[in-house]
Write a protein that binds this ligand. Structure first.
Ligand code: MRU
Length: 354
């Protein structure tokens, strides 16, 4: 199993995803500023893993605190603000900081700093364990939904599935969101081939998903992002499934840039297209996708490919890291609690009411 992230004896250890699959390097740090940098630079990435990394980053921060109890609230407030400023779109980051702030709010007045820090570490580990368990639950719900929706095709042959970006162990610490569903579907004999869209500009599909599938010995091939409509036209894709960075209450879903184009093509070709994401990725406070903050990254990410400049340094660029797929183009949203299909406003709302 890929060791994406761990926390032991006050040290955060993560697999640096920037150079995979060509260089496999684990980094260890006790410095929360280095951990924040790892999130910003996508050394650690993928919505659930960003949440886990954010929780451990807060632990590194509080471990470095040398002041007295009186000075701690100000230190803690600045620490949370710094962690929250690292990446704006994946709501799992804010889910994690909110959980740690709640531990602080409940216990600060009654506990010594030592006891409070121990409770926060317990909470951070719980967030990590939960994300791993969420993957297994999503895989079960997802496979059940796919068996149901694609039953006709499955009577005669296995399925070819399109996915985008990386949503596997590297993005979650567990088996994955969308890729977790795909892995289980393959184990159950439902999958012929996985098609990984490259996911420009940082190539999470071509580099990371391909690497994970190779390790799992799951048959796949990679395509350029712009190929998916043509493959659908040729009958080479039976369904699509991707992860999410933030889902609004009505099902509108922010995910890696390029997702919306795949979903629209799938809709046009009458091909089911799913989102797989834990409940921690749903932002029930946002009524629709227009309210999701979308990260814009540096122009040089597009002007260069792995350090090699391919456009003039004056080429104007817009580099959104994510897009928003309207819920109406999705066949279903697979969560760790259940698969929600049809009326997302009610279906997702109920997950929070339960
Ligand atoms: O910019 P990244 O690599 O962090 O973006 C990741 C994605 O868009 C994933 O599809 C999403 O986080 C779901 S991960 C399980």
């Amino acid at each position: 199993m890929i060791d994406a992230i761990s926390f032991n004896e006050g040290t955060l250890r993560y697999l640096d995803q920037r150079y995979l699959p060509l260089r496999e390097e684990h980094i260890s740090t006790k410095d929360h500023r280095e951990a924040i940098e790892a999130i910003k630079t996508l050394a650690v990435r993928g919505a659930p893993l960003i949440g886990v990394a954010a929780a451990y980053t807060v632990i590194l921060g509080i471990n470095s605190y040398r002041g007295d109890k009186e000075g701690f609230p100000c230190f803690f407030g600045n620490l949370i603000a710094d962690v929250e400023a690292s990446r704006p779109t994946a709501v799992n980051l804010f889910f994690a900081t909110k959980k740690l702030k709640a531990v602080y709010d409940r216990n600060f007045n009654s506990d010594s700093l030592e006891v409070l820090f121990a409770k926060m570490l317990f909470e951070a580990r719980q967030i990590h364990d939960d994300e791993i368990a969420n993957c297994d639950a999503m895989a079960q719900h997802g496979v059940r939904q796919i068996r149901e929706d694609l039953a006709e095709i499955l009577k005669t042959r296995k399925l070819n599935v399109l996915t985008h970006c990386n949503t596997g162990t590297l993005a979650t610490g567990g088996s994955g969101t969308a890729l977790g569903v795909i892995k289980l579907a393959w184990q159950e004999g439902l999958i012929e081939k996985v098609i990984t869209a490259e996911s420009r500009p940082l190539l999470q599909g071509l580099r990371l998903t391909a690497w994970e599938l190779e390790q799992e010995k799951i048959p796949f091939f990679s395509i350029s992002d712009s190929s998916s409509a043509f493959l659908m036209q040729r009958g080479m894709i039976d369904f699509g499934i991707v992860g999410a960075d933030r889902i609004a209450a009505n099902g509108d879903t922010a995910n890696k840039i390029g997702t919306c184009a795949h979903a629209l093509s799938a809709w046009h070709h009458n091909i089911p297209f799913y989102i797989a994401a834990p409940v921690s990725t749903i932002d029930i406070t946002l009524s629709d996708g227009t309210q999701i903050p979308i990260e814009e990254r540096s122009a040089d990410e597009l002007r260069t490919i792995f350090g090699t400049q391919v456009a003039t340094s004056t080429t104007p660029v817009i580099n959104y890291a994510f897009d928003v797929t309207p819920g109406k183009f999705l066949r279903g949203i697979i969560t760790d609690k259940k698969a929600v299909v049809g009326d997302y406003l009610n279906g997702l709302g109920q997950l929070f009411a339960e």
